[in-house]
Design a protein. Structure first.
Length: 84
């Protein structure tokens, strides 16, 4: 299992919420960040999750593949965020 998804599952985040989170990330990364904060993950684990995402960005692609999402949309969202 993808480490990002594993951390979410460790904190009892449902499959539905995981899918919603990654779908939000493909559309609006800022919305996804707000959603992550609403999941009730303790701050130290949230920091660990963010560290994994920042140091191993390829895991985002793996997670989107695992969830059956379109990674091209993730890349597009990232490009939009970088332009702001």
């Amino acid at each position: 299992m993808n480490p990002i998804i594993a951390i979410l599952k460790e904190h009892n985040v449902s499959d539905e919420k995981v899918a919603v989170l990654f779908e939000a990330f493909t559309q609006n990364p800022m919305t996804a960040m707000a959603l992550v904060q609403e999941l009730g993950i303790p701050p130290e684990k949230l920091q660990q999750l963010m560290a994994v995402v920042m140091t191993q960005p390829h895991l985002i692609k793996e997670a989107t593949d695992e969830l059956g999402l379109d990674f091209a949309k993730v890349q597009e969202a990232k490009d939009k965020l970088n332009q702001q």
